[in-house]
Design a protein around this ligand. Structure first.
Ligand SMILES: [Zn+2]
Length: 212
């Protein structure tokens, strides 16, 4: 992948380096190297995240708790090998075409950056399902996650851009609340085209499918 600097709102962001907090990973943009391992990693419940993202995550969880909402860590860092077995199991079960819509191929998963966490409710209600958005945690993160540097990485109606259907539970740390708020704000502008994905914000091509 050729190095490039994405410029948005007057600030240059490194969207190419695997270790960058603003790295953009999608079906057109594998991690470089594909076997990248983030360091250091911190534990969050039974999951792991890159330590800087973990700090921000814990701050967010504390704030939610103060509002009476219990955010549970469902799935955080996944290694290349873990992602490979997850993807392969979906291919066995559903075939490659369907597998590609529900799990990233190894080296193409945001979970491998250590910057993503799938969150849930302590009751487990609507875990990893559309109805998650109507749950206490779903509502809380939609309204407040950007203030802690996290975006809903796969918003509703953006499958043609991100390559994934709506995932209201998949939070991605982008390094700053300012940037997260800017990306998030794109979803609220009415009458204008949405700019609520990293692809749109950084002026990248849509990545609905893997390149042949
Ligand atoms: Zn996820």
């Amino acid at each position: 992948m050729a190095p490039s600097a994405a410029v948005a709102t007057g600030t240059a962001y490194d969207i190419d380096s695997a270790s960058s907090l603003t790295v953009v990973v999608n079906k057109h943009r594998p991690l470089d190297p594909q076997t990248y391992v983030p360091k250091p990693l911190s534990r969050i419940q039974a999951e792991r995240m890159r330590s800087d993202a973990a700090e921000a995550y814990k701050k967010m969880v504390r704030a939610a708790k103060a509002d009476g909402v219990n955010i549970v860590a469902v799935s955080g860092y996944r290694s290349y090998d873990t992602q490979a077995s997850l993807y392969d199991s979906y291919v066995q079960q559903y075939g490659q075409e369907t597998a590609d819509t529900i799990a990233a191929r190894p080296g193409h998963s945001e979970h491998q950056t250590g910057l993503a966490m799938d969150v849930g409710n302590s009751s487990g209600v609507c875990a990893l399902q559309d109805c998650f958005e109507e749950t206490p945690v779903g509502k809380w993160v939609a309204a407040n996650a950007p203030a802690y540097g996290f975006i809903i990485r796969y918003p509703k109606g953006e499958q043609g851009v991100t390559g994934y259907t709506y995932e209201p539970w998949h939070l991605r740390y982008v390094g700053s609340d300012v940037l997260a708020e800017q990306i998030h704000a794109g979803a609220k502008a009415t009458g204008e085209p949405d700019v609520d994905t990293m692809e749109e914000f950084f002026g990248l091509e849509p990545a609905p499918d893997y390149l042949p």
